[in-house]
Design a protein around this ligand. Structure first.
Ligand code: F6R
Length: 590
């Protein structure tokens, strides 16, 4: 979702760095971009709809040492140049870039209108420069004016503000991430570290309710509410894989699918002590809740089955966006386990706040160390999948599933057995993802790519994987795909089946196999084309995608061919799987 970049210092290529910084945040998903820079005593800017990838920052400005930039994912107002950030006050002396939502922007707009302000965009963001201008008139101090404006905003947000007559960059956050990069020639402020990793790996994290003021030489952290000074540690972040490195692969999505040859084993090779500690916390909790969104949510839902089948232990899954409605069930002895690839998802952060307000402990399973969710948790486990750049989550999901299954085994004293199963599964996946297998899935994509509807069924842990299969196919190929519990078909969805409708059946060699096959028979009787994803063939399958028999890890192996299929459906339908329309990688708004 929206990306933020800012720089102030002695370097004169601030605008160039802003363009490059925004390019490295492209993976988050966006629809327009903009940069504002200080040139002499005024602010210049450029805003465009579409991609920034082909833009040369030198064409903007070579002589600026203060710049802010933004990639926008539309929330309030359509995708237009006017709605792109930075947003300005009327005389364009104040520029603001913003992530998140000012929930009270309508009230602030009408208040500012009565004071004579006019607005040129449909965004909530535009109230910020106008409000700052009002407070600047009152106080004569830009940073103070930003603080007073921030005290008026409700909702989750991160902003960067600059003023034509000042050499300072002012930033504030409540709910959306902002990270400071301490560079040789000045300070960077961005929503994610790739934006400045080419320049520095020394960072300082801004926490919720804090603001920062820097002129490139000095930096001051303070509390938005009280203005009181805060101190910050400098942290060295590890050298990560180059964000733009997709090797020989045509797309990040395919690279990340193939990364699963190693990433699952990395997720499993956790410290056994840490897994045991988590299992102990679940054992002692009075009620364990699992929350996540989208794909990560499907991992949580699969974990309900892992905990039931492997450990006979009851846990409750809720989509993070629904979790606050469960607050009556929470007490201080409850445990909330949140699962998130990015560690920045707003709905998950809100669920954590709900749990914390009841005194409950929060354990997070993330892929990004240092993310907001990691830092707000009592305990974090990292799945170590490596950077995931494609919008569609693939290797993070299988890492999450592996860790959750491992915890289920640990809960009943069978950690070593679980680890052995998962490492064997990882090795079988390594063998499975060979060129012949991929070619087979390319051919299958070719057979079904013209269908506009596709259904997937599963039972037990394959039911959440059916839901996940639908997400994967929808988001990259734009085919209408839906997942169902196999047993639910006869209660309604079967009415959708027509002659030739492709239906994918996710199966394992387990006690529910006869049930899911009988659901497949029901589909076939209505003319469906049955695509079986299963360790063994069956006469009911028109197409059989063979997967290894992975026992209780079957969900992990079954989802992988669907990821590959979704990828080829997208490519063969002429879509860019890495940048699906309307979607963002980090969903930092509710
Ligand atoms: C789909 C996908 C999303 C994310 C969801 C949560 O492929 O990636 O559904 O799973 O937005 O994101 P994280 O895991 O970053 O919290």
């Amino acid at each position: 979702m929206c990306g933020i970049f800012g720089f102030v210092g002695k370097r004169t290529d601030a605008a160039v760095m802003a363009v490059e910084g925004l390019k490295s945040l492209e993976y988050r998903g966006y629809d327009s971009w903009g940069v504002a820079w200080k040139e002499g005593d005024h602010l210049s800017h450029k805003k465009e709809i579409g991609k920034i990838s082909g833009v040369d920052g030198h064409s903007l400005c070579d002589v600026s040492s203060l710049a802010i930039g933004h990639t926008r994912w539309a929330t309030h107002g359509g995708v237009t140049r006017e709605n792109a950030h930075p947003q300005f006050n009327e005389d364009k002396t104040i520029a603001v870039v913003h992530n998140g939502i000012f929930e009270n922007y309508q009230q602030l707009r009408s208040e500012l209108r009565t004071k004579g302000h006019t607005f040129t965009s449909d965004t909530d963001t535009e109230v910020a420069p106008h409000l700052i201008e009002e407070y600047l008139k009152e106080t004569g101090d830009f940073a103070h004016a930003v603080r007073l404006a921030c005290k008026r905003f409700t909702g989750r947000y991160a902003i960067l503000a600059v003023h034509a007559a000042s050499e300072t960059l002012v930033a504030a956050r409540t709910g959306s991430p902002l990270i400071i990069g301490v560079g040789e020639g000045g300070y960077f402020i961005a929503s994610d570290t790739p934006a400045f990793q080419a320049h520095t790996r020394t960072v300082q994290y801004l926490d919720d309710g804090e603001m920062v003021i820097t002129n490139g030489k000095n930096i001051l952290f303070s509390d938005i509410e009280t203005g009181g000074e805060r101190t910050k540690r400098e942290i060295e972040i590890p050298v990560s894989e180059a964000p733009s490195d997709k090797g020989d692969f045509a797309h990040f999505m395919l690279k990340e699918i193939m990364d699963q040859k190693e990433s699952i084993a990395r997720a499993v090779n956790q410290s056994e002590q840490e897994i045991e500690t988590i299992a102990e916390a679940i054992r002692n909790a009075k009620g364990t809740f699992l929350v996540g969104c989208g794909t990560a949510g499907k991992a949580c839902m699969a974990a309900e089955y892992f905990f039931s089948v492997v450990a006979e232990h009851h846990v409750n899954f809720a989509p993070a966006s629904e979790f606050k409605l469960y607050h009556h069930f929470l007490k201080k002895e409850s445990l909330l386990i949140v699962v998130s690839q990015s560690g920045e998802t707003a709905d998950v952060l809100e669920a954590m706040q709900v749990a914390k307000s009841k005194g409950a402990k929060v354990l997070s399973i993330v892929n990004v160390k240092g993310s907001s969710i990691d830092r707000a948790s009592d305990y974090t486990l990292c799945i170590n999948a490596g950077p995931e750049r494609a919008v569609a989550s693939t290797k993070a999901l299988t890492g999450q599933l592996a860790v959750l299954l491992l915890i289920a085994y640990a809960l009943v004293g069978r950690l070593k057995e679980g680890k052995k199963l998962l490492l064997e599964t990882a090795s079988m996946i390594n063998d499975m993802l060979n060129p012949r297998y991929v070619e087979r899935l390319t051919q299958l994509a070719d057979r079904i790519k013209r269908h506009e509807n596709l259904y997937i069924i599963g039972k037990s842990w394959n039911y959440p994987m059916a839901l996940e299969s639908a997400i994967k196919i929808q988001e990259v190929s734009y085919i209408h795909a839906e997942g169902f519990a196999g047993g639910e078909l006869k209660h309604g969805p079967i009415a959708l089946i027509e002659d030739g409708t492709p239906c994918i059946v996710l199966a394992g060699r387990d006690e529910v196999m006869p049930d899911i096959l009988s659901n497949a028979v029901q589909l076939r009787a209505r003319g469906a084309l049955i695509i079986g994803v299963s360790p063994e063939p069956n006469e009911i399958f028109d197409e059989w995608i063979r997967v290894p028999d992975a026992a209780s890890a079957q969900a992990i192996v079954n989802i992988i061919p669907i990821q590959v299929l979704a990828y080829f459906l997208a490519v063969q339908r002429g879509k860019d799987p890495d940048m699906p329309r309307n979607l963002a990688k980090s969903v930092t708004v509710k």
